[in-house]
Structures are given as structure tokens and as C-alpha cells.
Write a protein that binds this ligand. Structure first.
Ligand code: SIN
Ligand code: CO
Length: 370
């Protein structure tokens, strides 16, 4: 993506300018970010997704009762009833057009992009004034929604409701969004979106790991991989008799230190488990094996595939490969463009072709008809 070119999506800012001036800093309202925008998913298809047990969905009825899906169509409130919202998470996993829309935001690293959620609401519907921990682009897809936003100091919450709703929200700005309009909000910026008649809003959401969660996850993966660590029991043949039984032995502290040192010894190991963790498919994703016998002429990543790389590794759907030279260049192209051309595939080495074929047979890559 040319990061210096002005984008209509960002109101004429280039991705570079947006990231420097707004990202994680301040809100940005873009009128007609996508001119003449038409919803990519109909109300009926969204309701059908909400009925699917593989799809994560929530129903919020004011004053803030929350239920978790799946919802059979007749379990949703009537369309003539005001004040309810259906939120369907991860729609990008289920629809190519929605995945393509989300990919317009790939000026932010894939490691940070999370999913596209669609909310449907009837008149007055919304999830109440709140703040999120992550950045979000709120794209109005259908009907109108009034957004009130503000830097909220008083973070006290309404008691006795299922959601985190700010008790004393004091917005500083109000905007009515029409289809194609978009509002970017940085983390922890308070907001309240209220449907003005039936409406649909798309939220392009980001993920950002908490450092303690990341440490726990990576240490677990590293210790799982460190050979024989599970077989090595603490032994203390030189332990002397103690008159202070509550005191932890120094040798046991060194043993623990040694375990961590071993797990972190290989400088590449941390980068490897990080990439494997970041590309792990979402919990409800299953790939179907493909029965094709040979590699198609052109390839693209399945919309659910997560592919990234670092200086030494290629990561795809939670697995890693060490790669260098032309093979690494080719796989990095695939990660960045999410597709390979006929010429790129024809020019690939035998090893690279074999790997591509394996990924294709696993359903991670698809034939690209375009
Ligand atoms: C919604 O689309 O109704 C809620 C999105 C949000 O406020 O984060
Ligand atoms: Co929000």
C-alpha cells in the first residue's frame, strides 16, 4: 500500500500522516470515507450469522441487558421494537467482501488488526456511553447513527447492568454519521452511538496484547519447547537439615532462574514463538482440506489465514519456517500482498512450490480466479 498517497478513506490524509497525527492520539471524523457505500451484508444474512454457533454474537437491549448468541431468528426482538442492538463479531472470517474492506486498513500492521464487527440496531439502540481499550474505526454502513464523544475524566460506571456503561458521560462533540462516513477513535476515548432509525455500523477493531498475558503465553510456549525441561526434577542431595523450614532454599531459586535462562537461551526462539502466537487462527476457524492435485496458476491466502514474517521466519496460521534468499522474498510477498501472481509461482524454487502446495492442500491458500 503506498503509504504517502492521500486516501479518501482517511479524508485526504495519507496513511503516513494519519498514523503520525491521529493514531492512538485523537479522534478523526471522515465524511464519505467510502463514497456511495452500500452495506456488504444484508440484514437477513447478518441475522443468519447470529444464528450460527460458530459466530460470536451478542444482543443488547436497553437499558443494557446483554445476551450471548447464537440467536435463532425468532429469538431476536421484533424489528418494530426500539432500543435493541445485535453485535456480530469477526464477520471478516465469514465474508470475502468484508475481509477485503478490512484489508483497506492494512497500513496498520496485521499483528494489530483484529476483526470487523457489524452491529445492527433499531431506533434508539446502542451499547451506552463507554470506552474501549483498543483503537477503532466506526464506519456507518446503513441508516444514521448519532455519535457523542468526549475525553471522559469521570470513569464511574452505572451499577447493576451487564455492560460497562459510564454513569456521568459528558460528551464534547456530537456527529450524525451517514452511510460511508467514518469515525476513528483512539483507545479509552469515551463514546456513545445511538441509532437514528434502523442502522448498521461496521467496527474495524484492533488487538493489542497486555504485556503480562504475552509474557505468560510466550514463556509457556518456550518452556514447552525446551527439551527435557519437564523431565528435570529439582534434586537436593546436599540439602542440610533446617531450623527455619519456612525459608525457600537458595538452590531452588537458582533452579527456577536456570529454567527461565534455558527457555530464553536461543535468541531466535522468542521471535519464533511470538510469530506463531500472533498468527494463530481465531478459535472458531477450521480449514477444510482441499483435494486438488496440483498448484493453481495463481494463489491467494484464504481470508481466515494469518500470515506474517520477521527477519528469519515465515509464520502462517500458528506455524513457522526458517527462510532466506529468494524463497523468503517470495513468502514475504505472499504475506504482504496476500496473493502470488502466475510469474511469481512459476519462478519459485522446488522447495517453495512444495510448501505452497502443502498450504494449498491444507486450505490455507486458495486458487485466485481474478
Ligand atoms: C456499536 O456498533 O453499536 C458499538 C460499537 C462501539 O461503540 O464500540
Ligand atoms: Co465502543
Amino acid at each position: 500500500m503506498p503509504i504517502q498517497h492521500p486516501l479518501t478513506l482517511l479524508g485526504g490524509l495519507s496513511p503516513a500522516e494519519f498514523m503520525q497525527r491521529y493514531w492512538q492520539r485523537k479522534p478523526l471524523l471522515v465524511r464519505q470515507a467510502i463514497p456511495d457505500f452500500k452495506p456488504l451484508v444484508s440484514r437477513a444474512s447478518l441475522f443468519a450469522m447470529a444464528a450460527d454457533s460458530e459466530v460470536e454474537s451478542r444482543l443488547v437491549v436497553k437499558p443494557f441487558k446483554v445476551q450471548h448468541g447464537p440467536f435463532a431468528r425468532n429469538k431476536l426482538p421484533k424489528l418494530s421494537q426500539n432500543d435493541w442492538t445485535l453485535l456480530v463479531q469477526g464477520v471478516d472470517l465469514h465474508d470475502d467482501k468484508v475481509a477485503d474492506l478490512m484489508h483497506q486498513f492494512r497500513f496498520v500492521p496485521d499483528a494489530r488488526l483484529d476483526d470487523l464487527m457489524i452491529s445492527f440496531a433499531t431506533e434508539g439502540g446502542g451499547v451506552g456511553p463507554h470506552f474501549d481499550s483498543y483503537d477503532v474505526f466506526l464506519l456507518q454502513a446503513h441508516g444514521q447513527r448519532k455519535w457523542s464523544i468526549g475525553k471522559q475524566k469521570d470513569l464511574s460506571l452505572v451499577e447493576g447492568v451487564d455492560l460497562k456503561v459510564l454513569a456521568n458521560f459528558e460528551p464534547s462533540h456530537e456527529y450524525v454519521l451517514n452511510p460511508g462516513d467514518m469515525l476513528y477513535l483512539p483507545p479509552r476515548y469515551a463514546h456513545d452511538g445511538i441509532a437514528m432509525g434502523e442502522c448498521m455500523t461496521y467496527s474495524i477493531g484492533f488487538r493489542s496484547p497486555a504485556q503480562n498475558d504475552l509474557a505468560r503465553e510466550l514463556l509457556m510456549r518456550l518452556s514447552d519447547e525446551t527439551e527435557n525441561l519437564d523431565a528435570l526434577l529439582y534434586q537436593d542431595p546436599r540439602q542440610v537439615a533446617v531450623d527455619l523450614p519456612g525459608l525457600i532454599p537458595k538452590a531452588l531459586q537458582s533452579f527456577a532462574q536456570d529454567a527461565l535462562d534455558k527457555a530464553l537461551k536461543d535468541p531466535q526462539a522468542l521471535a519464533r514463538v511470538l510469530g506463531e502466537f500472533l498468527t494463530e487462527p481465531k478459535a472458531n476457524v477450521w480449514f477444510e482440506n482441499c483435494n486438488g492435485l496440483k498448484l493453481p496458476k495463481q494463489l491467494q491466502l484464504d481470508r481466515r489465514s494469518r500470515m506474517m514474517y520477521d527477519g528469519t521466519h515465515i509464520f502462517l496460521n500458528g506455524e513457522s519456517w526458517r527462510a532466506s534468499g529468494p524463497d523468503a522474498r517470495l513468502m514475504r510477498c505472499l504475506a504482504n500482498q496476500r496473493a502470488l501472481t502466475k510469474a511469481q509461482i512459476q519462478g519459485a524454487s522446488k522447495d517453495a512450490k512444495e510448501l505452497l502446495l502443502n498450504w494449498y492442500l491444507s486450505g490455507w491458500l486458495k486458487a485466485n480466479e481474478t
